[in-house]
Design a protein around this ligand. Structure first.
Ligand SMILES: [Zn+2]
Length: 213
């Protein structure tokens, strides 16, 4: 069977490897529309993230360092991909960790990208915190269909883990909103009350303000 690649979202640690797969003959790269657009328009800006770790990738010099933009696009409707006796369902639950998080469901396993991270605080840089909490509740509601849930980083997760992550995020949204209302001139006052590390809390507040509905 031909190899197929899915990019769960447009963060460098999830799509910089595409050229390696292309080298091995992959021609079908799936992603959500917003993810593909982000990679095409601003993917190169993320090269600076690997300046020390991967200087060749950072400088776009050397084998397999070109960016491969996904060419098989998922929008709001789920897409079924035949893997030869097994069907993978690619679907979008709305904005969350980014504006283009794609999930992959197989008969046994749900891959959720960075919508769920185990072993680290969630990354809020490009997130929509309120909508992310809703997406996590969707994942939790779907969880019974799958034996395993594979996060974007860390170990496979239980339903309890996803529920806790959803509740923590909803609580954080309420706390941060209250804090921003109390001291509108200094939203950073909310940082110590939030359940995330200082850096991620700063991003959380910034994104909450930018995406306020
Ligand atoms: Zn990510």
């Amino acid at each position: 069977m031909p190899l197929v690649v899915v990019n769960t979202h447009a963060h460098y640690d999830h799509f910089f490897g595409n050229a390696v797969f292309a080298e091995y003959g992959v021609t079908e790269f799936w992603a959500h529309q917003n993810c593909a657009e982000e990679i095409e328009q601003r993917g190169n800006l993320q090269r600076q993230q690997v300046a020390t770790l991967e200087p060749e990738m950072s400088g776009a010099k050397g084998a397999c360092t070109e960016l491969v933009v996904p060419n098989a696009i998922v929008k709001d409707q789920p897409v079924l991909v035949d893997l030869g006796g097994i069907t993978a369902t690619l679907f979008f639950l709305g904005r969350g960790h980014t504006d283009g998080d794609l999930l992959v469901g197989t008969p046994t396993t749900l891959y959720v990208g960075d919508l769920v991270e185990q072993g680290a605080h969630p990354s809020f840089e490009d997130s929509y915190p309120e909508e992310w909490a809703v997406a996590l509740r969707h994942i939790s509601a779907l969880r019974h269909r799958y034996e395993f849930l594979i996060p974007g980083h860390g170990q496979p997760c239980s339903d309890e883990f996803v529920k806790t992550m959803a509740n923590t995020m909803s609580t954080a949204v309420r706390q941060a909103r209250q804090s921003i209302r109390d001291t509108p001139n200094d939203a950073t006052k909310a940082i110590p009350v939030l359940p995330y590390g200082p850096e991620q809390s700063r991003f959380f507040i910034q994104r909450l303000q930018e995406t306020w509905r």
